[in-house]
Write a protein that binds this ligand. Structure first.
Ligand code: NAP
Length: 477
């Protein structure tokens, strides 16, 4: 349904229960040997074809995001663009990694280092980057040789089905990509626990991520792999405003980082830590500028903020806004449309301190906490004072402070004098550590390695009457 108009039904999604997930796993298992033995370069070709299919359909795919999840046009287009980038980048990466490397140079010995897929991959996605994150995780698993069982978020099942359409048009062999739309609460544990699953690529909340990590540690009868978990989770991201920051730059970038797509990005800024000397001036300008953000349906380009994902998200965000008003002081709350739709106001709360819930818990929506820091040391200390370590930002003109931030502001992605959302594949490999994730970087040079096991073959070439070198050259391609 359209979150701006829940009475508008956009599509009906069949729901996979346990028996359908079991069928999907069986199909993936049957497809595994042939897919594993398909040359990496040939596997990469399917991704390049899929990228071409998505590029051809980019406006239609973007339009579905405006309707099904309330993304503004530019945000929707960027999501589809990122999905295409993932396909092309991982295709190139697999071609690079797919060639066995010769290691060591001792005479009379030939050592080859190469990778093989881990096995069946469960891919479990969130709704907030419904095509890009799904496509990123699924295409990485596929190109590395692992058949996929893909579970989209319940909220974005139509966009989830677009992966089926794209891979089908790209000609991917049957059984390599298997779509199981359904509720995590109904079949999530079955998928995670299944002994035939070797790898789980998950992006979503810390709560569900930790549950998966916990359950996946258990070994069930018939299981032959230790499950590998790739988990990207939440954040409580801060931007520091130094006392010499250029506020003309800082104010619009903070607003965009905090309220773009209603603040529903793992990378979104949710805390601004402002040095005492500029706090009042910054707050005054931020609040004035925030009034330009109007809330309304994403289909209408006049609005900068749309509806939030669903009724549960709306309820949780409004509860946190109420907590914030008690812990700190309400500085601004925007008007919202009347009538149906999951609307929440753009909310700015001042006077928040590190011990407050608003400074510690992820609020997946447009609620921004402002914190007044005594000096730069305290700002860095507060920035690092949550369990998360995903993104961070700093606006400063001091080379000394910027260099300290590079070293001491411990996040996965730190942005200097710019907004802290919108990481681009290859240019800003993305992902956090601590409770934000297990430290993998999507769209980066190490990512595919998490989906494969390395192998080494060592041959003694000192034997007589035998010429192995040419044969090996063939194998190398
Ligand atoms: P979520 O509630 O954790 O759901 C994520 C996925 O897990 C959904 O497909 C969900 O299915 C599924 N799921 C739920 N229970 C499950 C279970 N017991 N076993 C297996 N799967 C289960 O997260 P969300 O609300 O979709 O997304 C927002 C969260 O994602 C935020 O915390 C955000 O920070 C995080 N995120 C992180 C990154 C990153 O790169 N670090 C990127 C984007 C989003 P249902 O939809 O059926 O419940």
């Amino acid at each position: 349904m359209n979150p701006a108009r829940p009475s508008e039904v956009l599509g009906n999604i069949c729901q996979a229960g346990i028996s359908e997930v079991a069928q999907a796993i069986a199909a993936a298992k049957a497809a595994f040997p042939a897919w594993r033995d398909t040359l990496p370069r040939d596997r990469a070709e399917y991704l390049l074809k899929a990228a071409a299919v998505a590029r051809e359909r980019i406006f239609e795919l973007s339009a579905w995001q405006v309707l099904e999840i309330g993304k503004q046009w530019d945000q929707a287009y960027a999501d589809v663009g990122e999905a295409i980038d993932f396909l092309e980048y991982y295709a190139r990466e697999m071609i690079r990694l797919g060639t066995p490397q010769r290691v060591g140079h001792a005479p009379g010995e030939l050592n080859h280092y190469f990778y093989e897929p881990k096995g069946l991959a469960a891919v479990i996605s969130p709704w907030n980057f419904p095509l890009a994150i799904s496509m990123g995780m699924a295409s990485a698993a596929i190109v590395a040789g692992n058949p996929v069982i893909y579970k989209p978020s319940t909220i974005t099942g139509i966009i989830g089905h677009q992966l089926v359409e794209i891979f089908r048009e790209a000609g991917l062999p049957a059984g390599v990509f298997n779509f199981v739309p359904g509720r995590g609460s109904v079949m999530g544990d079955f998928l995670v626990d299944h002994p035939d699953i070797s790898l789980i690529a998950f992006t979503g909340s810390m709560e569900v991520g930790l549950r998966i990590v916990d359950r996946a540690a258990k070994v069930y009868p018939g299981q032959s792999n230790v499950k590998k978990i790739i988990a990207e989770m939440g954040g409580k991201n801060a931007i520091i405003i130094d006392d010499d920051a250029d506020l003309d730059e800082a104010v619009p970038h903070v607003l965009y980082s905090a309220f773009g797509f209603q603040g529903q990005k793992c990378s979104a800024c949710s805390r601004v830590i402002v040095l005492d000397a500029v706090y009042d001036r910054f707050v005054d300008r931020l609040v004035k500028a925030a009034k330009a953000y109007q809330v309304g349906p994403a289909e209408d380009p006049r609005y900068s903020m749309g509806a939030v994902a669903d009724a549960a998200a709306q309820k949780s965000i409004l509860e946190y806004a109420a907590i914030g008003k008690q812990e700190g002081r309400l500085l601004y709350e925007s008007p919202v449309p009347q009538g149906e739709g999951y609307w929440v106001p753009l909310t700015i709360i001042g006077g928040i301190r590190p011990e407050h819930r608003l400074a510690q818990e992820e609020v997946f929506g447009p609620v921004l906490a402002l914190m007044r820091a005594r000096d730069f040391d305290q700002a860095i200390e507060w920035a690092n004072s949550t369990r998360f370590a995903l993104t961070g930002g700093i606006f400063s003109r001091s080379p000394e402070h910027l260099s300290r931030a590079r070293r001491d502001f411990r996040v996965g992605n730190l942005y200097i004098n710019r907004n802290n959302t919108g990481a681009l594949v290859e240019r800003q490999p993305f992902g956090g550590a601590r409770m934000s994730g297990v430290g993998t970087k999507a769209g980066g040079p190490d990512y595919l390695l998490h989906f494969m096991d390395p192998r080494v073959v060592t041959e003694n070439t000192m034997r007589r009457g035998f010429a192995p070198i040419e044969a090996d050259d063939d194998w190398i391609e």
